[in-house]
Design a binder for this molecule. Structure first.
Ligand SMILES: C[S@@+](CC[C@H](N)C(=O)[O-])C[C@H]1O[C@@H](n2cnc3c(N)ncnc32)[C@H](O)[C@@H]1O
Length: 422
């Protein structure tokens, strides 16, 4: 779904004003930046002249934290430009036209209406296109101008509160966030499934998987240097403030350091990994069958993992693992009773052609750790929704580096790492 990730981390200490846009993508935070930041590059500043009004149906907090961004065509366009995303959804509909022919379809979170339009063009007899934001105005216009205004009924409201006149054969939705679950929009799809999907009906997509792999990169050492710069800058600032204005800021140094640690060292990064940055094969962390999983299943994760290193030694030097990469794929298989003719897969794995707008999430290790082939990271990943904003995630990774020596694995003491996915 969201963007801004294509910009790189700011180099220096304008971070307090720049942070939202750079650290947070695919969510409202980016927009907050665009609306409020006076140092925004020109094309971002232009957005300040636009206004998205809050529809009555959306609670204040969720509007400013989440939906607000989706009310902008600028942002819908970012998603519409992701060709891997678009082609996968397009194929999932048009390679399975027989499944859509004469069916009643529900599009959860229709945005600009593109999935609803495709469902109608593939032969659906009726499509209910639900969208919380005022994007419905544009979606209606798009449906009418693309000749499906009589089939697609665009309805504005929270999916959870919408009343439909009938049950549906297919639910289609693009709900995935970073590392699959960020944004928590899957909840809305599951609520819709339980209330509106006919027995035997199909979800598009129907299955998804989350992956982990050990990765290498020079980004974390740069992040660590930026962190140190930031602390050094605080000390200079503190000294100057005392000398010039007589206020001693030093008592706030621990708080500043904590804040900066969270920002630089405990926030996962959006990355566009090349496959050769993986130091071992990816492992499936978790699978969901969307026809059967429950709201509780997707509220949090507690999964064990075992990653095996396939490291090449260079000049006798061990390979450095600088982090653990995470991503997802989704599968369009239809349902058991109405299976897809052709299964389509949308993958966000590291790709030499470049990343989708979801990229991958990197959970950096500070410090990195040297590994040899056959070594293993054995551990667990615990992911919960942030207490402050249920659409963001807190991740705890605990693992032990098991070194392979003479055919035996020796476990080092466990490392515990905390991250926010923002
Ligand atoms: C990632 S966008 C996808 C838009 C469009 N379906 C597409 O594929 O281009 C998700 C959309 O769902 C909407 N949305 C999220 N949760 C919703 C809910 N509970 N009820 C209605 N709309 C929702 C958002 O406002 C956003 O426009």
């Amino acid at each position: 779904m969201l963007f801004v990730t294509r910009y790189s981390q700011p180099q220096h200490m304008s971070i307090l004003s720049l942070r939202p846009a750079f650290a947070i993508s695919r969510s409202t935070q980016a927009l907050k930046y665009r609306v409020t930041n006076s140092k925004a590059p020109f094309h971002l500043k232009k957005v300040t002249t636009m206004a998205v009004s809050k529809p009555d149906n959306i609670p204040d907090g969720d509007f400013s934290n989440y939906f607000c961004t989706y009310g902008y065509l600028y942002h819908q366009k970012e998603m519409l430009e992701d060709q891997v995303r678009m082609q996968s959804y397009y194929d999932s509909v048009f390679k399975n036209k027989a499944q859509f022919k004469d069916k009643v379809v529900l599009d959860v979170g229709t945005g600009s209406g593109v999935l609803a339009i495709w469902a109608a063009k593939a032969g659906a007899k009726k499509v209910y296109a639900i969208e919380a934001t005022n994007m419905t105005v544009h979606a209606k216009k798009l449906c009418e101008n693309n000749g499906v205004g009589d089939i697609v009924e665009v309805m504005q409201g929270y999916m959870e509160n919408i009343e439909l006149p009938e049950k549906v054969d297919i639910i289609i939705s693009e709900w995935m966030g970073y590392f699959l679950l960020r944004e928590s929009m899957l909840d809305s799809v599951l609520v819709a499934r339980d209330k509106w999907l006919k027995p035997g009906g199909a979800l598009y997509p129907s299955h998804c998987r989350m992956f982990l792999a050990p990765i290498r990169s020079n980004q974390p050492s740069k992040k660590y240097m930026d962190f140190q710069d930031s602390i050094g800058n605080w000390n200079d600032f503190s000294k100057t403030t005392y000398e010039k204005y007589g206020v001693d800021m030093q008592c706030l140094s621990p708080e500043f350091e904590k804040e900066q640690t969270q920002y630089f060292l405990q926030t996962s990064s959006w990355v566009d990994l090349h496959p050769n940055q993986m130091i071992g094969p990816p492992k499936v962390l978790k699978e969901f069958d969307l026809h059967t999983c429950t709201l509780d299943d997707v509220k949090g994760l507690h999964e064990e993992f075992e990653l095996t290193m396939e490291a090449k030694e260079t000049n006798g030097q061990e390979t450095q693992v600088s982090g653990i990469g995470g991503w997802f794929d989704v599968h369009f298989r239809g349902s058991e009773q109405n299976p897809a003719t052709e299964e389509v897969v949308l993958s966000t794995a590291p790709d030499e052609q470049g990343a989708t707008h979801w990229g991958q999430q990197a959970f950096w290790l500070h410090p990195s750790t040297g590994v040899s082939s056959g070594d293993k990271f054995k551990g667990s990943l615990h992911m919960l929704r942030s207490k402050e904003n249920h659409r963001l995630m807190n991740v705890n990774i605990t693992f032990s580096h098991n070194r392979l020596v003479d055919g035996q694995l020796y476990a080092a003491p466990p490392r515990k790492c905390m991250y926010n996915i923002e």
